[in-house]
Ligand binder design. Structure first.
Ligand code: UD1
Length: 367
């Protein structure tokens, strides 16, 4: 039997936790398949990229494209040009992409035009908000993929409604949760950041990086003011994404000063440190997609500061609540949780740490 070769693509931070378990599972089958890893370099800071390779026990990528930041068209186009050169050089049976970032659609588009089948991991999610760049990336990637792996039943329903044929769709669970399962106990051996200034179970963890929340001063400033107020009640730990850091520096540098001693704006953390921060938090406030999923599995309350979510299972089954971006609604929801009114969550179906194994088995089975 000839070995199949797959090229797996990562670009931005959340791709790494989703793709790492697939790479590990593929490498276990090295007698039957080859795997090459391409990193587009969409994210490039040590704390946004390299530390994750180390902590997720990934080898260096076979190709690093060094694309970096840029406007959407520019970034996507640069990735396409560089990835095409790789596909011209390497013979492969399939390209595997994950999630919804610009690297995902850029590499899928190049592959499909070269008649190389695309496998999309975390397919079918829909926020129904075409103002989100990720929504465009999701819809288009799904449209041109041959194999669609879904994490939750809404993914399957969305794809069927859009006319995708049933035999291309596979419910496999969530590979991001494979990473969580593998590394949770190790993460707990890490000290919490901030040298004793926060205690386990006694702080609010915050992440905000969506352009719709941080780019517009009129939206972002009231959110920051609200968080600063919360910090007088319970410490806030806020690992700040580079995009958000830029906006804080521009709009409200006062929050970087000593005037708010329990409003801790810290650098982005590595994976293990973040897992530990999440699992030990009293409450998480976020606009991230993946964090809604991780908190559900960790059974930690999560309020999502968005008007919609592409991950409805985290609300239907998990601990997530969609609260929007108006402090008038967020404040009472936070107080309710701090007073112990907790939404109990369960683990969504098939989020059991074995999703990557399922994916690799299916990829080997289909001809
Ligand atoms: C990207 C994804 C988003 C994902 C997020 C996770 C798209 C369209 N968006 O958003 O879905 O949730 O990653 O973090 O692909 N920057 C750095 N260092 C880095 C990376 C970025 O300083 O290593 C700064 C740059 O100023 C850049 C900005 O962050 O302009 C935004 O980076 P970009 O990759 O364009 O999008 P994200 O906001 O990170």
């Amino acid at each position: 039997m000839t070995k199949k070769t797959f090229i797996c693509v990562v670009g931005a931070r959340p791709n790494l936790m989703k793709m790492a378990p697939i790479i590990h599972a593929m490498k276990k089958q090295s007698d039957k398949l080859n795997v090459l890893l391409v990193h587009t370099g969409q994210h490039y800071d040590y704390m946004m990229s390299e530390i994750f390779f180390r902590e997720l026990e990934l080898d260096k990528p076979d190709y690093f494209l060094g694309i970096g930041s840029g406007k959407h068209g520019e970034q996507t186009a640069r990735i396409m040009i560089a990835f095409e050169e790789i596909l011209e050089k390497e013979t492969c049976d399939g390209v595997v992409v994950a999630g919804d970032v610009n690297s995902t659609i850029a590499c899928s588009l190049v592959a499909v035009k070269m008649h190389i089948p695309v496998t999309h991991v975390e397919s079918g999610l829909r926020s129904f908000d075409s103002g989100m760049p990720e929504e465009i990336n999701r819809i288009l990637t799904d449209r041109i993929s041959s194999v669609l792996f879904v994490t939750e039943k809404s993914g399957r329903e969305n794809l069927l409604r859009e006319g995708v044929s049933e035999d291309k769709i596979f419910m496999v669970g969530n590979t991001m949760i494979d990473s969580l399962e593998r590394f949770l106990s190790l993460s707990k051996q890490q000290p919490l950041p901030l040298d004793g200034k926060i205690e386990s179970g006694n702080y609010i963890l915050v992440t905000l990086h969506r352009p719709s929340n941080v780019d517009d001063k009129i939206v972002f400033l009231p959110l920051m003011k609200m968080l600063a107020e919360f910090s007088s009640q319970l410490p806030i730990v806020f690992p700040v994404h580079p995009r958000t850091k830029e906006k804080i520096t521009e709009y409200c540098p006062e929050y970087l000063s000593e005037d708010y001693p329990d409003f801790h704006l810290i650098e982005p953390t590595g994976y293990l440190s973040f897992l530990n921060l999440m699992s030990s938090a009293k409450l998480v406030l976020t606009d991230s997609g993946g964090i809604q999923e991780e908190t559900s599995v960790l059974n930690v309350p999560c309020l999502t500061l968005r008007e919609n979510t592409e991950r409805p299972v985290t609300i239907e089954v998990g601990t997530n609540e969609l609260i929007g971006i108006d402090p008038v609604n967020i404040k009472p929801a936070v107080q309710a949780i701090l007073q112990g009114k907790l939404k109990r969550g369960e683990r969504p179906p098939m989020w059991d740490g074995k999703s990557a194994e399922r994916i690799v088995k299916i990829l080997m089975d289909i001809g």
